[in-house]
Design a protein around this ligand. Structure first.
Ligand code: NAP
Length: 306
């Protein structure tokens, strides 16, 4: 039996793993795809304390993983298909095996939201993308559209403008929600045409994206724009399906915790973008992970007399 099992290898999970191992807890982290979470799909990180020169997302993720491994964190690449949360011993199930632990840290993070348009799923990988850093290079010299007005949309538009011929930024309001420094860069960038107060109502193309139809939400006027790529950056939704109806959540599906990262179930903690909180950032994910590990360790000492 493990002391602590962590589900999710983004920054929150890796930091929890680093703290738990360093604290002497025998810890196992499960990750279904790649470590680093959303940081790995970020172009440049310039607001993580200590990195005064911007660092690429994948480099940052690798550093954090190496750091956690230095303390002996065991990382297993497998998908968790079920969890038994209620008993004193928690059970974590993959397709082929069951694991037990004394405390569990949920750090499954969040993933990009979809617009819900026809062809959005069908054309994913054929013009539709949720990750400018991953797919931007395919659109060198072409025209693309970014949908959204938050930090992700602003960063995506700036990143893509380095490669593509032109970026259209479609936002449903006439001001960006993005942090001022990012918003100012977007406004000043001549390669980014801002299409305010508008929504994409259709993706055009027979077997790949060739354009979009945009409607102005104030005037009702419609316009077709030729683009080869469409980057959707309209926010995230928590990866909380696995624990739906079992752990207390906000209406939007974010896990509710107290300030010690404890959920409503004893021995079950949550950290990072999965958790309901005012600021979803790398620095708050790391802080959550550290607190969750500390709290899980306190819980084990108290409940298991260690
Ligand atoms: P976000 O802040 O939630 O912004 C989502 C944007 O998409 C908003 O502008 C929103 O419009 C728009 N939107 C939402 N649903 C839409 C829909 N159905 N159709 C059209 N537009 C829609 O999401 P995010 O930009 O992905 O950021 C998520 C979190 O990560 C935030 O906390 C953000 O600060 C953080 N983040 C930080 C950084 C950084 O610090 N460098 C980088 C990336 C992300 P409205 O404005 O009208 O609501």
């Amino acid at each position: 039996m493990k002391d602590i099992i962590i589900v999710g290898g983004g920054l929150a999970g890796l930091t929890a793993g680093m703290y738990a191992q360093r604290g002497g807890m025998d810890t196992l982290l499960f990750e279904k795809m790649f470590t680093g979470g959303q940081a790995s799909t970020t172009n440049m990180i310039e607001n993580y304390p200590g990195f005064d020169d911007p660092i690429s997302g994948p480099d940052f993720a690798m550093k954090i993983e190496n750091h956690a491994r230095k303390f002996g964190l065991e990382i297993q690449y497998d998908e968790i298909v079920d969890l038994e949360l209620e008993g004193k011993i928690k059970k974590v199930k993959t397709e082929n095996k069951e694991y037990e632990c004394k405390a569990l840290i949920l750090a499954m993070g969040a993933e990009p939201k979809k617009l819900g348009l026809d062809k959005e799923d069908e054309f994913r990988g054929r013009g539709v993308s949720y990750c400018a850093t991953c797919d931007g290079a395919f659109y060198r010299g072409k025209d693309v559209v970014v949908v959204g007005g938050g930090d992700t949309a602003a960063e995506d538009a700036m990143f893509l403008s380095q490669y593509v011929n032109k970026v259209y930024l479609v936002h449903r309001r006439d001001t960006l929600r993005a942090t001022k420094i990012l918003a100012d860069r977007v406004i000043a960038n001549k390669k980014i045409e801002k299409i305010w107060d508008s929504a994409v109502e259709a993706i055009l193309g027979d077997d790949q994206v060739t354009g979009i139809r945009v409607v102005n939400l104030k005037t009702g006027e419609k316009r077709e724009i030729k683009v080869d790529g469409m980057f959707i950056a309209i926010g995230v939704r928590p990866n909380s399906e696995l624990i739906k109806g079992r752990v207390k959540m906000s209406e939007a599906g974010y896990v509710l915790t107290n300030e010690s990262m404890q959920t409503n179930i004893p021995g079950v903690f949550a950290a990072g973008d999965l958790r309901h909180k005012p600021l979803l950032q790398l620095v708050t994910a790391a802080a959550d992970g550290a607190i969750a590990a500390y709290s899980a360790q306190r819980y084990i000492i108290e409940e298991f007399d260690e």
